[in-house]
Write a protein that binds this ligand. Sequence first.
Ligand code: GUN
Ligand code: FE
Length: 433
Amino acid sequence: SHAHAYRAAIIHTLEDPAKVGIDASYQYFEDGLLVVENGLIKAVGHAEALLSTLAADTPVTVYNNALITPGFIDTHIHYPQTGMIASYGEQLLDWLNNYTFPEEHKFADKSYADNVAEIFLTELLRNGTTTALVFGTVHPQSVDAFFEAAQSRNVRMIAGKVMMDRNAPDTLTDTPESSYQDSKNLIERWHGKGRLHYAVTPRFAPTSSDEQLTLAGKLLKEYPELYMHTHLSENKQEIEWVKALFPDQNGYLDVYDHFDLLGERSVFAHGVHLCDDECKRLAETDSALAFCPTSNLFLGSGLFDLAKTEQHNIKVGLGTDVGAGTSFSMLQTLNEAYKVMQLQGEKLNPFKSLYLATLGGARALKLEEKIGTLQPGTEADFVILDYHSTPLMTYRMKQATSLEERLFVLMTLGDDRAIKATYAMGKALHTRG
Ligand code: GUN
Ligand code: FE
């Protein structure tokens, strides 16, 4: 066994601040020590107390002007949209037709997919994200490409093949039967292999027939611990379209409910325009929402009502939603989340932000026993944040004396430059040169 210790300020979340209050929501060590052994966290605490418990030859890496947090968890992102991030001028439905579908065509070519998967995972790690819930394209080889790249880095990732059998270009659609069989093959190949999990991934209600949604529900019953990943109530035109396509169902969420797609491993991206009944149903089924502020602003979709989800006790994680989202950085995503709340007359406390980017995401993915905190026994996925990442941040930090202020400045000014290093299973997968 080879232990390694990291000395710096350390923070991690213990509980949702909305449930226990800010002060009880986190644990902080000003001069902290994180001890890692065999890829897991062995101990976390005050450096002086812990150092004396270590074997004399244990290496200690000291990071100055730094803060250690759990690795970030991105609960909604599309790896095939890496190459079309920042596409100008459209809201959701035209954006899909004009930019997204043409790019997703390219993933019929496995070598194209391999290349993007590499770029994508490198970018996630450069931004401190160690786990993500990821859309592929309709092509099964897009998912092979992604999982192969994730497996070689030993990162905990969840992904799935898009199921899409209507209202998209013919060259990008599958059929109910082919989507079922292709998904099944991918599940057999990848689900539960190392740190990888499979998500049944109907794109969104408008691009799936009743038959396809029925088979998505069937897959979820046939294998244990599968995820379900889709989009929900993002854009007002989209919602009207769903109502027209599914006149027998009582609204957007009810379409998914009708096909048995809600549950403790179901993650719905957006949920910007939900009614009380839909919120109740999400909570009662233990389904989760992915809050994607940069995407919701970029596509002009609307403002996510985090306060309402708290009132209804719905699990919420944070998502970048690249390529509708405009940054891989979860720090920049929190910066925009704060502004989304401001526009609704609400404050997003930095400790709540930390929760959303770490433990909140882990809970949304039912992975809180493994990731999202620095509790001993969990996987050693963590990041080193740099308080001096730019001249401006260095200067601003001189006046930010409290932990709350320092966290807030990190989340507002910080981006990939603030990620000094990213570790997964105790291994440095990114170090900023
Ligand atoms: N709804 C259906 N597909 C998509 C997508 O690719 N991105 C976003 N933001 N919303 C969607
Ligand atoms: Fe999305």
